[in-house]
Design a protein around this ligand. Structure first.
Ligand code: FAD
Length: 519
């Protein structure tokens, strides 16, 4: 879809192609409105591809007394597990209990009983010291008492965003990446009338009429809509992850532990055939226009926590294959310690300009629903014929039996109603994994064919995630990727060379292991 293909007027324009914007787009299209989503960079470029990938109630929010937020998030977790099997998958957690620091066994048990109660089923259990040592070999034995285990869920965050966007498009919505909202114009009564935009590739400005702009630009929200609440502003907080190969410490569950330095929870968790260690929570003072990156200070903090919990693990920053940082759109009144700031969302409304920011990946649907409720009074009656329609899943028939069940689940989870066509149409050999990751060559080809790729980084960091999972961002297989994608991306040899160089440069600057970057 190009800017030239779009209409002159929409019922709703959504600015921001992260999970909040994508969720709002999908819900608005489903309600029958004519909707346009625009994303200044690539879909999921912002925080929504840089999270800890957990679909969770958030035990620590319970500890802060945020019962309603936790309960709503637990409910959303259960709903997402049902709605997106294969994309949102159950994940076990284990949290060791020590008697010299961190929460006690009894407080953990109370918290987890409430957590299970919220889910409507018992989802936690206790482990003895011996059992913990079996499950987590090498765990710090000193003062170890026991552990608690509980269930949450995991997602490929960028793919969740993409699924919402492409299914929204299938129902009649329109979505453009690399298109930025640059301003708004109001009518004589002060109501929103026109949204100014910029096609970022051609530097071509254009404008579209609308009665509603939903500003879902996350940490950037105050650029379009300064906070109407005195002294209450977005405080961008950076959270960082280090990524290691799975072979270094194979894990089948999340190891959740308390960092000895500041008593914050930190996680070591399996994801897509690798192991992630995160996260930090620090004021983000880097340039907001460029990609955030993990600093050496953050890397040392994370490694210090890991060494404390797994003292004999022979792991150093040299083993790290990549790193990723994201910026939380946290709303703050009086600056508290970063991890004590509220993760709740806000909706601001000003004559057709609706801003929705804050919140969590898990609760995106609540944000979408609140934004659309705030927009309702400005909206005309829906005109779109798809009103109330939902995507119907194709039945998987015997032509799909050529690929394994796990591949079927992966494809149907990531691509929803488009998955069936991928499995039926592509050669079987494309369903083999890319190196030692779980990503499939078929996913690369599908993205090149259908998923608005403008840069190699769109393909390797968000459509598939191999840029994070392979050494040097997958440099070794770039030529093979070029051969596979050439028929589907209209790039000449010069563009391929430029893209490959730009990708390597971007990866080395923002995604490489912090130690290698600084040396
Ligand atoms: C390290 C970290 C870990 C996290 N882990 C979890 C977790 O495990 N589980 C969980 O539930 N939540 C988690 N979160 C929170 C969650 O990731 C965020 O709340 C969520 O991704 C925010 O989504 P968003 O769409 O509001 O913002 P974003 O994803 O940042 O999207 C905003 C988009 O707007 C675009 N944009 C900006 N300006 C414009 C403009 N003028 N015009 C058009 N587009 C524009 C940006 O390019 C960006 O892509 C985590 C956050 C961080 C930082």
């Amino acid at each position: 879809m190009k800017p030239s293909d779009i209409h002159k007027e929409y019922d709703v324009i959504v600015a921001g192609g992260g999970v909040t914007g994508a969720g709002t787009f999908y819900e608005a299209v489903q309600k029958g409105y004519r909707v346009l989503l625009v994303e200044a960079k690539d879909f999921a470029w912002g925080t929504s591809s840089r999270s800890s990938k957990m679909v969770h109630g958030g035990l620590r929010y319970l500890k802060q007394g945020k019962f309603l937020l936790t309960k709503a998030a637990v409910k959303e977790r259960e709903r997402l597990l049902k709605q997106y099997p294969g994309l949102v998958t159950p994940l076990q957690f284990i949290m060791p209990v020590f008697d010299d620091y961190g929460p006690s066994r009894s407080s953990m048990k109370i918290g987890l009983s409430i957590y299970s109660f919220m889910a409507g089923k018992k989802q936690h259990k206790s482990y003895t010291k011996i059992e913990v040592m079996e499950k987590i070999p090498g765990i710090r034995k000193e003062n170890l008492v026991s552990a608690v285990g509980f269930k949450d869920a995991q997602v490929d965050d960028a793919r969740l965003v993409l699924r919402l966007i492409y299914e929204g498009c299938r129902l009649g919505g329109t979505a453009l990446n690399y298109t930025k909202v640059t301003g708004i114009e109001r009518d004589r009564k002060g109501y929103l009338a026109v949204v100014n935009m910029m096609d970022e590739h051609h530097l071509a400005p254009f404008e579209i009429k609308t009665k509603v702009l939903i500003n879902a630009t996350g940490a950037f929200a105050e650029i379009l809509h300064p906070s109407p609440m005195k002294g209450f502003h977005i405080r961008p907080l950076r959270g960082s992850h280090l990524i290691f190969p799975e072979t270094i410490f194979p894990l089948d569950r999340v190891l959740s532990f308390i960092h000895p330095q500041d008593l914050r929870p930190v996680f070591l968790f399996p994801w897509e055939g690798s192991v992630l260690l995160g996260t930090t929570d620090v004021d983000h003072d880097q340039d907001m226009e460029t990609e955030p990156f993990v600093t050496m200070e953050e890397a040392h903090y994370l490694m210090e926590g890991l060494t404390h919990i797994l003292p004999n693990l022979n792991l150093s920053l040299n083993d790290c294959i990549s790193s990723i940082a994201g910026v939380r759109p946290v709303l703050s009144k009086k600056k508290k310690a970063a991890s004590r700031e509220s993760r709740e969302h806000v909706v601001w409304k000003n004559k057709g300009l609706i801003t929705v920011t804050g919140g969590k990946l898990t609760t995106f649907r609540m944000l979408a629903s609140d934004a659309l409720k705030a927009a309702k009074s400005y909206l005309p009656k829906p005109t779109n014929l798809t009103f109330g329609e939902t995507i119907k899943e194709q039945p998987w028939d015997e032509t799909c039996q050529d690929v394994s069940k796990s591949v079927q689940e992966r494809i149907s989870g990531r691509y929803g109603s488009f998955g069936y066509q991928i499995i039926r149409q592509y050669d079987k050999e494309l369903f083999s994994p890319i190196e030692n990751t779980k990503s499939l060559w078929a996913e690369i080809r599908y993205a090149a064919e259908h998923e608005n790729i403008h840069h190699l980084s769109d393909l390797l960091l968000r459509r598939v995630r191999i840029g994070l999972l392979l050494p040097e961002g997958g440099k070794k297989i770039l030529d093979r990727i070029e051969t596979l994608c050439k028929p589907y991306l209209s790039w000449n040899n010069k563009k391929w060379d430029t893209e490959k160089k730009a990708y390597i440069n971007l990866w080395e600057t923002y995604y490489s292991p912090p130690e290698k970057r600084e040396s």
